[in-house]
Design a protein around this ligand. Structure first.
Ligand SMILES: *Cc1c(COP(=O)(O)O)cnc(C)c1O
Length: 403
């Protein structure tokens, strides 16, 4: 085996150079994601695990973590909960969405977008995506609005924020609630306004792979509305108000937050900006090397409203490109090979608000186009310059027919 040791530094990084070379497999997510903070994690596990209080959920660390996130966002309140999925469900329930209601969601995206709506008793209405940003298309969302529509729920997708100014205007014009699924975009901002703070409420996910992922499950609700925050706080802990135990004001969930994770995330929060900047530099390098290649569409250029949770391109021969990358030691991801309306759990409600003439399931052409072509490349902050270079070289070689 030849071992590539070249470190070009093309990504303009400071410090992270390619000492690992590019042989072997470059994982999509690194096995050493939390390497820098390993000692802290062990210390917190010991301290909190053996602490006199034996307080493992919703304690002082969670309160400080919530306050730290709210402080960074300049928003009124952040409520930590058990997952991003839990956060969506808490928000929808807190906003009073339930049986008989409809919520417009993107047809291309993750299952929780539709499942969280169905769990409240409401029905998701699938709208198509914008072919360039791959996020919910405001114009198509608008034509799916009907008499039962109560909310719009766009999601930021891969590295690009949804068109939140358009959705804010649409929600206001039609008297709808706006829920911002910013599970993958924590740390991004659009026009100076942070992801998560655009709608009546936003959500984050801290599951390992997200922009502020951690070694475990967690999520948060972000809102400027005190009443929504109060309701979410009650709902996350079985309808209790935090003052009197075993007094249940409403039917809630168990969607609580872990104290060790809260302390760990507080420790890691100051490094978030630098980690996202590293990802953005790798992404800029990919776009520079890959844009204009035959059969390849890179994410739209620019930095506003971007957050490189993953780097996702569209490839006309996606599966062949994926095989080529795998053969050259590059692990990739295809997130959503099927559109949501085709999934067994959602197909029964997928005919809702299909515009006339599109009842046959062809109402989401851009979602289907993206599902068949998208491919995500590794872009995490521990990727070395040499690895990023090797990934770009391998995509180029495939697209240019160099074998
Ligand atoms: C990951 C994700 C969620 C769910 O978050 P979990 O913490 O995994 O439950 C919701 N929406 C989007 C867009 C996501 O990417």
């Amino acid at each position: 085996m030849t071992r590539t040791t070249r470190t070009t530094g093309t990504t303009g990084t400071t410090g992270t150079t390619g000492t690992t070379g590019t042989t072997g497999t470059i994982p999509f997510f690194p096995p050493d994601l939390f390497h820098e903070d390993r000692d802290t994690l062990l210390r917190l596990l010991y301290e909190i695990g053996t602490g006199r209080e034996q307080k493992f959920i919703l304690g002082e660390h969670t309160r400080r973590f919530e306050a730290a996130l709210a402080g960074r966002l300049g928003t009124a309140d952040v409520v930590a909960c058990a997952s991003g999925t839990g956060a969506l469900q808490l928000v929808l329930t807190a906003l009073g969405i339930g049986p008989g209601d409809e919520v417009v969601v993107p047809a291309f995206g993750c299952a929780p977008l539709a499942a969280s709506v169905l769990h409240t008793g409401a029905v998701p209405v699938f709208a198509d995506i914008d072919p360039v940003t791959l996020t919910l298309d405001p114009a198509d969302a608008e034509r799916r609005i009907g008499p039962r529509t109560r909310a719009l729920m766009p999601a930021h997708m891969f590295s690009v924020m949804a068109d939140m100014p358009a959705f804010t205007a649409l929600a206001a014009a039609r008297g709808l609630r706006l829920v911002e699924d910013s599970a993958v975009a924590q740390g991004a901002s659009l026009g100076g306004r942070p992801a998560g703070t655009w709608g009546d409420a936003g959500v984050y996910s801290f599951v390992q792979v997200k922009s502020f992922g951690m070694p475990g499950e967690g999520g948060a609700v972000v809102t400027d509305d005190a009443e929504t925050a109060r309701r979410v706080r009650m709902l996350r802990n079985h309808g209790q108000d935090g003052r009197e135990r075993f007094l249940h004001h409403t039917i809630g969930l168990n969607s609580r937050f872990d104290e060790i994770q809260a302390a760990f995330q507080l420790h890691r929060l100051p490094g978030l900006t630098a980690r996202l900047a590293r990802r953005a530099r790798i992404a800029a390098h990919y776009t520079e090397r890959l844009s204009g290649l035959p059969g390849i569409t890179t994410p739209p250029p620019g930095t506003d409203g971007r957050c490189y949770y993953v780097y996702t391109l569209l490839a006309d021969d996606r599966d062949a490109l994926r095989d080529h990358l795998a053969a050259h030691g590059v692990a990739t991801h295809v997130y959503y090979p099927r559109v949501l309306p085709d999934q067994a759990g959602f197909a029964p409600v997928a005919a809702r608000r299909q515009p006339p003439g599109e009842q046959g399931g062809d109402g989401w052409p851009h979602a289907r186009h993206a599902a068949a072509r998208h491919l995500s490349l590794p872009v995490h902050h521990r990727l070395t310059d040499a690895q990023a270079e090797h990934i770009a070289d391998t995509v180029r070689a495939h697209a240019l027919g160099i074998r």
